[in-house]
Design a protein around this ligand. Structure first.
Ligand code: ADE
Length: 227
């Protein structure tokens, strides 16, 4: 799968992309992540990507021309492509959406900056996505969140252990259960002894599975309390 991020900051994710699971996935050739500098698609000597808004108002608006030129240049006709604009006005990104995006060979992510993007860009994209009800300085972090969430669903990207754990809650990420590792009892600065739930030490896999099924990361009620 090929990801293409159109941005005016093409280098900001260099180190992040080289590390860990995404780094490994690229080395294995499972995922290709290309950063495209929007300024390379401008036609004036100042490489202008934004201008003041028609009708007045504060801030700058990203121009339609360089964005459309970039999309046309990147889009490969032999691939099934999805072109997405990242914007806080977009539809909310979810695990289901990540899953749905795995069926494309090529994903183009446009990271808007400044106060907005010329509305006419909408004619050249497939959808607009927001990663949450908050405003970032630009779509770059949102684009990376999508690259990561989609990549880890591609067969072979996660190791065997990582993916089998994943399968147990991939349809509903809120089903993620509480986890513990050594030590069995932990005390910090004379505080109370924080113990690993007894059930996890029991070796009874059926009961452990039941306990985990009841676990909800966002629940204030601890699964142990319901045992
Ligand atoms: N750009 C700025 N804020 C954003 C958000 N929450 N989601 C996607 N793109 C954004």
């Amino acid at each position: 799968m090929q990801f293409n991020i159109i941005t005016i900051f093409p280098n900001i994710f260099d180190s992040y992309l080289k590390e860990s699971i995404l780094g490994r996935a690229q080395k294995k050739g499972l995922v290709e992540i290309n950063m495209h500098n929007l300024r390379d698609y401008t036609s004036d000597k100042h490489r202008t990507v934004d201008d003041s808004p028609y009708g007045g108002g504060v801030g700058m608006v990203m121009m339609v021309e360089p964005i459309v030129r970039a999309i046309k240049d990147i889009k490969q006709s032999d691939k099934t492509t999805r072109t997405i604009l990242l914007t806080p006005r977009g539809e909310r990104f979810t695990q289901q959406k990540a899953q749905a995006l795995t069926r494309y060979d090529q994903i183009i992510l446009i990271a808007g900056r400044y106060e907005g993007v010329d509305e006419r860009v909408a004619e050249f994209i497939d959808e607009q996505i927001s990663i949450g009800d908050f405003v970032l300085n630009g779509g770059e972090l949102a684009a990376m969140a999508i690259v990561e969430a989609v990549s880890r669903l591609i067969p072979g990207v996660l190791g065997k252990d990582e993916s089998s754990r994943e399968e147990s809650f991939s349809d509903d990420p809120s089903r993620e259960y509480p986890q513990y590792t050594r030590p069995e009892a932990f005390v910090a600065d004379g505080g109370p002894e924080l113990k690993v739930p007894e059930i996890l030490l029991s070796g009874n896999h059926a009961e452990i599975a039941k306990w985990r099924k009841r676990g909800r990361k966002h629940s204030t009620e601890h699964p142990q309390g319901k045992a």
